[in-house]
Design a protein. Structure first.
Length: 185
């Protein structure tokens, strides 16, 4: 029995450029695109480090045509295939070598359209001051609409508490009353 070996690559990352679809003289589709994968780690000093690896991806046949239709720069994808190294001589006579991933499977992992991605790049972040959290739970900036909806409710609750005199309630009612600030989540 011969020795077994395995050449398998699985990557999740973002496209660094739009796919380029071409056809061989025999009519077989081939699609090339770039993909970046990121890695984060904490070094010995406790500083967060980040690095990126860039990969050349090649798809053949029907998969190549699908990649050219569905993928675009910035899109997050999962690809699966094998590593292949090619050698050729350039027009200037120099010997060239490249390593690429020849894929046999691809999954799109996000639902963004090309237009949505362009809007994200063009849009500038807007700094909106947020009030300090009263419940001990950190608040996140989830857009102006949600904040506008939450602020009137908080004002109404404060007004309702001020309207009721504290001496009118029985001691039993005070024990059952739960304030928004007391809820841990």
């Amino acid at each position: 029995m011969a020795n077994r070996s395995l050449n398998k690559v699985m990557l999740i990352g973002n496209l660094t450029r739009d796919p380029e679809l071409r056809y061989t003289p025999s009519g077989v589709a081939v699609c090339n695109f770039g993909m970046a994968t990121n890695r984060q780690w904490t070094d010995t000093e406790g500083t967060l480090q980040e690095s990126a690896e860039f990969h050349r991806i090649v798809a053949w046949g029907k998969l190549a045509e699908l990649c050219s239709q569905l993928l675009f720069k910035g899109r997050k994808v999962y690809v699966e295939g094998r590593i292949q190294t090619r050698e050729w001589t350039a027009q200037d006579g120099t010997k060239r070598i490249t390593t690429e991933i020849v894929i046999d499977s691809m999954l799109v992992l996000d639902r963004r359209t090309r237009e949505e991605l362009a809007e994200e790049v063009v849009a500038e972040p807007v700094a909106v001051p947020t009030p300090a959290p009263t419940s001990g739970v950190p608040q996140t900036d989830q857009g102006k609409k949600k904040k506008k909806r939450e602020e009137p409710e908080a004002v109404e609750e404060v007004k309702e508490e001020k309207k009721e005199p504290s001496s009118a309630k029985a001691p039993e009612d005070k024990e059952e009353e739960v304030k928004k600030e007391d809820i841990p989540f």
